[in-house]
Design a binder for this molecule. Sequence first.
Ligand code: GDP
Ligand code: MG
Length: 292
Amino acid sequence: MPRAGIVTVAGKPNVGKSTLLNRIVGQKLSITSPKPQSTRDRIVGIHTTDNAQMVILDTPGLLNPKYPLQQAMRSTAVRALDEADVIIYLADATEGLPPSLSEAAELSAPPPAPVIVALNKSDALNSVRREELASHDGVVLISALTGDGVPDLMTRVARLLPESPFLYPEDEISTQPVRFFVAELVRETVLEQLHDEVPYSVAVQVEEYREGSSPLYIRAVIYVERESQKAIIVGGKGARIKSLGEAARKKIEALVGEKVYLDLWVKVLANWRKNPGSLSRFGYQLATGKGK
Ligand code: GDP
Ligand code: MG
C-alpha cells in the first residue's frame, strides 16, 4: 500500500518555507523574498515518489495578529496545521533550537499531527555548530538553498504518512490554478523591484486569461492603497511599470511554457488591507475567532 497525505510546512516568516517548498516540488510555485511575510496565501504543491505522495501546504507566517491582513494570514496557517498528517516545523538553524511549535505559534493545544523539527540554513553554520545541533533527537538539519538534508527529511516525512492510495494524478504538481501563480509572479516582481512601504500594499489579480490565444493574453491588475503608491509603480513616463511588466512576463513565460502578452494595470483600492471586503476579494480568509 502506498502512503499519501497532507504535509504542512510551518514556521516563522523568513525561515525559508517557500524556498523549501520550491525545492521539494521542483518547480517555482511559492514566492520567495528576502522580505518577511511575502507569502500571504496558502500554497499547495504536490510531491510524488514511487510509493508516497505528499500534498504540501505552505503557511503564511504564524504571527501575532495586528491588523486584519495578519489575522487572515494567521487563521489560514492555523487551519493548515489542523489539516496536516505530518508537520514540518521549519526554523532558522543560525538562531539555534526553536521553542516548541505550540509555544511559538501560541496554540492552545499541541497540533494533532506529528511534528518534525527541521533546522534550515545549515549551509550558514560552521561544522562544529552543525554537529552540535544535529545531535539533538528529532531534529533534522537541512539547507533548502543547497538541498542538503532535504532527501533525508522527505524520507522521514513519508514514513509518517498514513497508508493511502495517491490523492492526485502522479504528474500533477499543484492543485492551484495557473492564474494564481501568475498573480504571485507579478507580486514577486513588484517585491523585487520596489522597496520600502509599497510592496506590502500590493495585491495582484489576474482579470483575464485568454485560454488558447497566441501569444497567451493575460491582463493583470496591481492594486495599491494610495495614489502616491500608484505613481511609484507607474514611474516616470511609465518606466517602472514597463520594467515590471517585462520581468514578470519572462517569469510567466517560463511557468506556462509559451509566449505571453502581459497587459499590466495599476489601480488604487483605498486601504484595502484594512477592509474585510477587499481582503476576501483577494482570497484572504478572515479569522472567525481568535484561532487555536
Ligand atoms: P519564508 O518566509 O519562510 O517563506 O522564507 P523564504 O523561503 O522566502 O526565504 C527567506 C530568505 O531566506 C530568502 O532570502 C532565502 O533565499 C533565504 N533562505 C532560504 N533557505 C535558505 C538556506 O537553506 N540557506 C540560506 N543561507 N538562506 C536561505
Ligand atoms: Mg514564504
